[in-house]
Design a protein around this ligand. Structure first.
Ligand SMILES: Cc1cc2nc3c(=O)[nH]c(=O)nc-3n(C[C@H](O)[C@H](O)[C@H](O)COP(=O)(O)OP(=O)(O)OC[C@H]3O[C@@H](n4cnc5c(N)ncnc54)[C@H](O)[C@@H]3O)c2cc1C
Length: 430
């Protein structure tokens, strides 16, 4: 029997793959609903996601989504959302989406364009625990770090590329340097013909956990794991709903909660507390379309740290998917805080809403206040893959010999796609 603790996307996917293989499992979830960070809210005519907004799918993930029955619920991002905007000198400018556009587009300076070309000939180097900023500045340029890397890393990890490690976040890039002597050459050699799609669901991202859960026979909700004991090679899982027993145990919940549950049988599990989480406030703003004098013809606008803004950036939800608000309105999801500026999440709701509106008004030429705004705070939004996670990862890997496993976003990738694929891989080894 495999006991899985936590029914976020990681635990649910693992339970699903085990069910397909007829491997006995029991999934325990403390909340009265599944999904963890995947939550969708509907207020009046507005629908918004509190956690993940989209999932980037490849063939494997599309097949998975079909298998769990979500096919008719899927909505693809509109074509226009392929455009990504970056704030440069106070104005949003489209980032070239294809390498060949780089030359003709004046987003980057000629010096940087030349450095991109030179990357093909740069010698390989190896640094222990190299950070993303160091890697990108070494292989490309500071301008790439400031205006391409940083805004995306703030968008994906709420993180700071001066701290995040290349090996833990984008290991493929390091592999390309090692194998081909150049990141660009690695991309050319491995050019995939597979079409990736950014998708969501008509009723928001909640659809994903809800549909997986419908396929599961052995899931217990409102069941908080409180303690774990070990007796005769079996794990005894104590919960508010009684005791469960299993030979294998999978932690599909945050690292600090994993540590808390393991500390009685394995005091060294406190190393898991070294993993840091970035806090993030999310502000949803709806404006009348006529009051926003910007085309919003893209996925959203990201703000590089060097632009010194209050917000990390915004997603332009109504440009990506239909039915997030009324036709004559536009919706922004704006991110505040992250590991580079956690103090910004400490402001009051009112102050935060005002600051966000001021910045949106300035950058998108908005002439009136929002007709609706809503704030959600994730105190521990995303785990940081920086040097603090190295010992924790090493430690949890060593526990596999004792049938203790992890399947969660703090190990092996944070994206939904990563979580589902890790679950698939783990299901092959249990
Ligand atoms: C604001 C934000 C935006 C994001 N945007 C995207 C995006 O657009 N695309 C993307 O791919 N990814 C995105 N992500 C990342 C992604 O959503 C998460 O990495 C992923 O959902 C984490 O899932 P998980 O199952 O690993 O953990 P969780 O969702 O944290 O699940 C853990 C579960 O364990 C349960 N639990 C906790 N303690 C106990 C206990 N003692 N007993 C039983 N159960 C317990 C919890 O209730 C929870 O349900 C975003 C994340 C955030 C925060």
């Amino acid at each position: 029997m495999v006991i899985i603790i936590g029914a976020g996307i990681s635990g649910l996917s693992l339970a699903y793959f085990l069910e397909q293989k007829n491997i006995a499992y029991q999934l325990l979830e403390k909340s009265n609903e599944v999904g963890g960070y995947l939550q969708t809210k509907k207020i009046s005519d507005f629908q918004f996601d509190l956690g993940a907004n989209t999932i980037l799918t490849d063939e494997f993930l599309m097949n998975f989504l079909k298998e769990i029955g979500t096919e008719i619920e899927i909505i693809e991002a509109k074509d226009v959302s392929k455009n990504r905007y970056i704030l440069k000198k106070g104005k949003y400018r489209a980032l070239p989406s294809k390498p060949q556009h780089l030359l003709w587009n004046n987003f980057f300076s000629w010096k940087t364009k030349w450095k991109i070309y030179q990357e093909l000939k740069k010698k390989k180097e190896n640094f222990d625990n190299e950070t993303l900023s160091h890697f990108f500045e070494r292989r490309f340029s500071k301008e790439i770090v400031d205006y391409a890397l940083t805004p995306f890393v703030r968008g994906i990890y709420a993180g700071n590329p001066d701290n995040l490690l290349i090996e833990k976040t984008f290991p493929l890039l390091k592999k390309y340097e090692e194998e081909y002597g150049s990141v660009i050459r690695g991309f050319i050699k491995n050019k995939s013909t597979e079409r990736k799609k950014t998708i969501s669901f008509k009723n928001g991202m909640r659809t994903l956990p809800d549909f997986i859960a419908k396929k599961l026979k052995n899931i217990t909700l409102d069941c908080e794991v409180e303690n774990i004991q070990k007796s005769n090679e079996k794990y005894i899982i104590e919960t508010n709903k009684g005791t469960f027993e299993g030979e294998k145990i999978v932690f599909a919940l945050p690292s600090f909660m994993t540590s808390k549950l393991l500390c009685n049988i394995l005091p060294e599990s406190k190393v898991l507390n070294e993993i840091e989480y970035a806090p993030m406030k999310i502000v949803y703003s709806i404006y009348e379309k006529q009051d926003v004098k910007h085309q919003l013809n893209g996925f959203g606008g990201l703000n590089p740290a060097v632009e010194n803004t209050f917000c990390l950036g915004s997603i332009w939800n109504s440009s990506i998917f239909e039915h997030r608000c009324k036709e004559n309105q536009v919706m922004f999801t704006t991110f505040v805080g992250g590991s580079a500026s956690p103090e910004k999440t400490k402001l009051s709701e009112q102050e935060t809403k005002e600051k966000v509106h001021q910045e949106l008004a300035q950058h998108y030429n908005i002439v009136k206040k929002p007709i609706f705004s809503y704030i959600y705070f994730w105190e521990k939004a995303l785990p940081q893959y920086d040097k603090n996670c190295i010992n924790a990862h090493q430690w949890i890997e060593n526990q596999q010999k004792d049938n203790i496993f992890v399947c969660a976003n703090w190990y092996g990738g944070v994206s939904l796609g990563d979580c589902i694929k890790k679950a698939k891989n783990l299901s092959e080894n249990l």
